[in-house]
Design a protein around this ligand. Structure first.
Ligand SMILES: *Cc1c(COP(=O)(O)O)cnc(C)c1O
Length: 479
């Protein structure tokens, strides 16, 4: 082991940041990258060398000054530092509305509209006909009314905000009647009893976890009741000995008592999903036609648009909701409004299959099999051209994908995936190497294999996925 002075001497010999920056080998990098990023990378490299000298009592670390301060190593560090935090991900999980991966990808026409509106000035709050102040809340009302049959409609930041606002506006200080079978928690800490408390309403639970009957609601109504609330169970299903009260019956009970019925539809579907081979979901139009006075739903779940909360229903209720002070706090921005308008117009024009989320759900099995086979071939070719050591087994396999986004929890549409298995590296290790690429590739692990599901991949992404897999070696040991 080197003597103490020896370590001190080497520490003193470490170059200063300025000295490294004067290295002619860095001139090119300094010309291309912002100076702060190069300075930070150099500082970090010197610090790593210092730690290595101290920690290993004199050993210059695995790399040593020459390697750590090599322009190529510094360039890699600078590139990593300049990479944005929000990064593109290739979704190979097969979960179409993956909340962690940003839910619905936007349709191209919605993106174009978003770019046009957000890249310049717009009539967000200006009435171009009258040349006077307008309201952002008016733009999408007609389109939403047309698509849902509602008397009136509004848009807020997300569906959680929509539920909060509707409850606060229509029931503050009074009771809201909900079935015990619908007191849901969805991901990200949205728990219905907590939302109700935050909205300043009192929860009146009725029925049991598995069975709630019309009389349960009738008996709970009294002078303190403000409204009846029905909540879509979204991410779970109660099966077996069950009973729930449908919207038509509930709305009838509400009308008899002079109270409105509000339905939180969660995902909010505008078209009949049976056409997509999926379980039937009540559409917004059906729910309103059945008698719901107000419906709320998300913009980025089955609807396939941007994050937004949509409120549809009776004019009088919507007017009251719009007047509530919380409206300002949860109002949508121009980006969301433009993207939502672009998406809703596709529904109006009968072009909803151009919405990526719906298109992915509608992809026939034969097409998924073709895409998975094309991915397998691309991976095999990339592996043959590369130099990664070890053997990777690449096979096309039948799997089941998921809808996600708290929608259709029991739907498991048949799909096709490429299954990767390395002799010497675990599926978790492969997953880690693909996840940390740029663009990142996120698959899912089953039976010690990494699955890349064709349902959520596009043909345009296959080459990048194949390149990522080929670069994920070595396949004969963990690293
Ligand atoms: C998803 C969901 C919400 C929350 O919607 P966000 O748009 O994510 O805020 C509320 N209620 C139900 C029933 C849901 O499924």
């Amino acid at each position: 082991m080197p003597a103490e002075e020896d370590v001190n001497q080497r520490l003193r010999r470490l170059p200063a940041v300025d000295e490294v920056l004067r290295n002619p080998g860095l001139a090119d990098l300094l010309g291309r990258a912002p100076r702060w990023a190069v300075v930070a990378a150099v500082r970090e490299a010197i610090e790593r060398l210092r730690q290595a000298l101290r920690g290993a009592a004199g050993q210059a670390g695995p790399a040593g000054p020459a390697a750590e301060l090599d322009p190529r190593a510094l360039e890699a560090a600078v590139t990593a530092r300049l990479r944005p935090q929000l990064r593109r991900v290739i979704n190979a999980t097969g979960v179409v509305l993956h909340t962690n991966l940003g839910r619905a990808p936007l349709p191209a026409p919605a993106l174009a509209h978003l770019a046009a509106i957000a890249g310049g000035y717009s009539n967000l709050e200006y009435d171009l006909e009258r040349g006077a102040r307008g309201s952002r809340h008016d733009h999408l009302a007609a389109l939403l009314q047309e698509l849902t049959g509602a008397e009136a409609a509004g848009v807020v930041n997300n569906n959680a905000a929509a539920v909060l606002l509707v409850l606060a506006a229509l029931a503050a200080g009074r009771e809201v009647v909900v079935s015990r079978g619908e007191l849901i928690e969805i991901g990200g800490s949205f728990r219905l009893p907590d939302v109700m408390r935050a909205a300043g309403v009192r929860l009146r639970e009725v029925g049991t976890t598995n069975r709630t009957h019309p009389d349960d609601y009738r008996r709970a109504l009294g002078p303190d009741s403000a409204l009846l609330l029905k909540v879509h169970t979204s991410n779970y299903a109660v099966v077996g000995f069950t009973a729930a009260v449908d919207v038509a019956t509930l709305a009838g009970i509400g009308r008899a008592a002079g109270l409105p019925t509000v339905v939180d539809l969660g995902s909010g579907c505008l078209v009949d999903l049976a056409a997509y081979g999926l379980p039937r979901e009540p559409t917004v139009a059906e729910t309103l036609a059945a008698g719901a006075d107000v419906c709320t739903f998300s913009g980025d779940k089955l609807l396939g648009g941007p994050q937004a909360g949509i409120i549809c229903g009776r004019s009088a209720a919507l007017a009251e909701i719009r007047r509530h002070p919380l409206m300002r706090a949860v109002r949508p921005d121009k980006l969301a409004l433009a993207a939502l308008e672009g998406t809703l117009r596709l529904y109006r024009d009968g072009r909803e299959r151009e919405i990526p989320a719906l298109g992915m759900l509608a992809t026939p099995f034969a097409e998924l099999e073709r895409r998975a086979t094309a991915l397998k071939d691309a991976i095999t070719a990339a592996l043959a051209a590369g130099h990664a050591s070890g053997r990777l087994t690449v096979a096309v396999t039948r799997v089941q994908s998921a809808v996600g986004g708290g929608a259709l929890p029991l739907a498991a549409p048949d799909s096709c995936a490429v299954a990767l298995h390395a002799a010497g590296a675990s599926a978790a290790a492969l997953d880690g190497r693909l996840r940390t690429r740029d663009p990142a590739v996120v698959g899912r692990i089953a039976d010690e294999r990494l699955l890349l599901d064709a349902r959520t991949l596009t043909d345009a992404e296959l080459a990048a996925v194949a390149a990522a897999v080929a670069a994920a070696g070595p396949f004969d040991h963990e690293s």
